[in-house]
Design a protein around this ligand. Structure first.
Ligand code: F6P
Length: 537
């Protein structure tokens, strides 16, 4: 069966259009249009989005919007917001937007208004967070809990860690927060170093409560606690769970009254604003957490209601398609010019790559086009002294997202001006480069001229906001969430399952006993057998 994307009228038009524009430089585009900077930028929900440094003209964007219409994007957005079972492989609705819907809204899933359920959990979380923050939650021996350790992996870790780092400025100072995800024992051991069990609370975060890494770390945590406190009854004061699986939570020994639930319509990588955000709420306080939810919600509203040509997630997603499927770009750099966002690229890796890293469409057809992109990045200016060389002068085309803020949370003299100047300069240098004539004019010796030329024509978006607040973080995350969905719709894949992670998990369960029992016969390929023998010997 042929997939219909590349056969669609707008795709064909885009292919033709690409041939005409692919060699046009940003220098030419800007010099031919003085208004380009303002006509290809917009400000919505406090995000100034400059997309003028992209290799597009108005016609490109119009064709991309036409493509989106042909793919039924408008209806697909509505389907998501109204609880249709768009995650068809798992027969589930996709309602992370309900997690931040204001009290009183109505969003139905399977005939139930889920908004009151969301707020009930949020209120329990807020009550619990307040108890902990005020030092009222006592450990088994009566000591105040001062250390929070979140145990989780993937969506049950990356969101909480990213948000904790991003919002560190707002974190209650007299508490310690640690995050354990890896099954590597080094992770747990380092996380609990210097922590005292009597003052430590573990949040076991797992949608399924069956994930090998999380359950292994949780059992190790229980042993670490009981080695000191001995009495099993201590577990109830030192463990809470965040999960959709009440049965497994109580089988683990956690009092169901200490469980914060969420629902199967929240995907792991879309869950940082559900109860999975419990550690975030304890860290920054309920008020800031609610402000973050409000930011998410404002971006949801923008995405749902703005016309495509004023819709930030839609435009950024379509630009991504333009580079991935027409220019053949394979990666997307995310470059936050705010050190607090240092884990943001890692967070986006799961969000984008676990969502759209699929080569089969919803109809089960293998795509004849590229889907997904490798997301990566580091905060500026650190990246500038590392991999930016390749973005400027390498042979790969690497579209960049610059993310910056006007006001620093820690306004030290000079720093912010220098930081922002660097961000703006990078976009300018990437777009316009430096010609051989310009290099020569500087008196550079002829043999060095080719080395000092910057081709330019390297595209970037800039997202500029006032300040890194909880609300603005919510907007940023929702913006990427929705861009991922738009791309999934265009490519016709399911951004909400993750079947590709299963095979490795299954094989590891077979290999575990083979490593533990040296006599056990092994029957893999010759490479895998060798690796198992090397470990056993
Ligand atoms: O292995 C992938 C995955 O299923 C992710 O999608 C998910 O975020 C992570 O594992 C953790 O799952 P859980 O929250 O069920 O422990």
């Amino acid at each position: 069966m042929k997939n219909n994307l590349t056969e669609s009228p707008s795709w064909k038009l885009l292919e033709n259009h690409f041939q005409g524009i692919k060699n046009t430089s940003l220098r030419t585009l800007f010099s031919g249009d003085d208004t380009r900077g303002s006509s290809l930028s917009l400000e919505k929900e406090g995000i100034f989005f400059d997309y003028s440094k992209h290799r597009v003209v108005r016609e490109t964007l119009d064709l991309l919007f036409q493509l989106a219409r042909e793919r039924g994007l408008h209806d697909k957005i509505e389907a998501m917001f109204t609880g249709a079972k768009i995650n068809i492989t798992e027969k589930r609705a996709v309602l992370h937007t309900a997690l931040r819907a204001p009290k009183g809204s109505v969003i139905m899933a399977d005939g139930v208004n889920v908004v009151p359920l969301v707020h009930e959990v949020l209120e329990r979380m807020a009550g619990f967070a307040a108890t902990i923050r005020q030092g009222e939650w006592k450990g088994f021996t009566g000591k105040t809990i001062r250390n929070i350790v979140n145990i989780g992996i993937g969506g049950s870790d990356l969101g909480p860690v990213m948000a904790f780092e991003a919002l560190k400025f707002y974190v209650q100072q007299d508490m310690t927060f640690r995050f354990v995800s890896n099954i590597d024992g080094n992770d747990f051991s380092e996380a609990v170093k210097e922590l005292h069990p009597e003052e430590t609370l573990f949040i076991v975060s797992s949608k399924t409560f069956t994930t090998l890494e999380t359950m292994t770390n949780a059992r190790t945590a229980r042993k670490w606690l009981l080695d000191e406190l001995v009495d099993e009854a201590a577990v109830a004061r030192h463990f809470v769970a965040v999960s959709t699986n009440a049965k497994e939570v109580s089988a683990f020994g956690i009092d169901p009254r200490n469980m914060f639930g969420f629902w199967d319509w929240v995907g792991g990588r879309y869950s940082m604003d559900s109860a999975i955000g419990l550690s975030t709420m304890i860290a920054i306080g309920p008020e800031h957490f609610y402000a973050m939810l409000d930011g998410f919600h404002r971006m949801d509203d923008h995405f749902r209601t703005a016309p495509f040509n004023e819709n930030i997630p839609v435009i950024m997603a379509l630009l991504g398609i333009w580079y991935i499927d027409f220019f053949g770009a394979q990666t997307q750099a995310v470059l936050p010019y705010d050190n607090y966002l240092k884990r943001f690229p890692a967070y986006l890796q799961q969000l984008t790559m676990e969502s759209n890293g699929k080569h089969v469409t919803l109809d089960g057809v293998t795509t004849d086009y590229q889907t997904g992109s490798v997301y990566w990045g580091e905060p500026g200016t650190n990246g500038q002294h590392s991999f930016y060389q390749m973005i400027h002068q390498g042979t790969l085309l690497i579209p960049c997202d610059f993310i910056g803020f006007r006001t620093s949370l820690n306004p030290l003299p000079l720093h912010q001006d220098y930081l922002v100047a660097n961000m703006i300069a990078q976009g300018e240098a990437l777009a316009f480069g430096k010609t051989a004539a310009e290099v020569r004019k500087e008196g550079v010796p002829e043999e060095l001229v080719p080395h000092k030329v910057f081709e330019g024509n390297r595209p970037s978006s800039t997202f500029f906001m006032e300040k890194l607040t909880p609300a603005n973080l919510g907007k940023l995350v929702a913006m990427y969430e929705h861009a991922v969905y738009v791309q999934g719709v265009i490519w016709g894949v399911n951004p909400f399952d993750q079947m590709g992670v299963e095979l490795g998990k299954v094989l590891s369960m077979k290999i575990i006993p083979e490593l533990q029992d040296k006599q056990r016969p092994i029957n893999h390929d010759s490479s895998t057998n060798n690796l198992i023998r090397y470990y056993r010997d």
